[in-house]
Write a protein of this length. Structure first.
Length: 92
C-alpha cells in the first residue's frame, strides 16, 4: 500500500467490519465481478457462494492479468488452466 497498490475487496459478510478497520486503505466491491474488473491479481481467502459460483472464464475476461491465488481451493486447477488463468491453489 505504501508503494501505491490499490486493493479492491469483496466480502458480503465482513465488509462493514473491514471498512471500519481498514477503511481508507481499500475499496469495496458489491460483486465478485466488480472486484475482478481490471485486477492484476486475485487472492481468495473466503469460500462464499458468490466466489465459488464464478465461472473460471470470468477471471480471464475481467482481470488485467488473470493470476489467482486460492487459499480455499475453490476451483478445479484444470478448469482454470483451460480458461487461461494462472492459478495457484494453496495447500492442495
Amino acid at each position: 500500500l505504501e508503494q501505491g497498490a490499490l486493493i479492491t475487496a469483496f466480502d458480503p459478510v465482513a465488509q462493514e467490519n473491514c471498512k471500519r478497520q481498514y477503511g481508507f486503505a481499500m475499496e469495496y466491491a458489491p460483486t465478485v465481478e466488480e472486484a475482478l474488473e481490471g485486477a492484476q491479481v486475485c487472492f481468495i481467502f473466503t469460500d462464499w457462494g458468490e466466489i465459488r459460483a464464478t465461472d473460471p472464464k470470468v477471471f480471464k475476461k475481467l482481470m488485467r492479468t488473470a493470476l489467482v491465488y486460492d487459499g480455499r481451493n475453490l476451483f478445479d486447477p484444470m478448469a482454470m488452466l483451460e480458461a487461461g488463468v494462472e492459478y495457484h491453489s494453496i495447500g492442495r
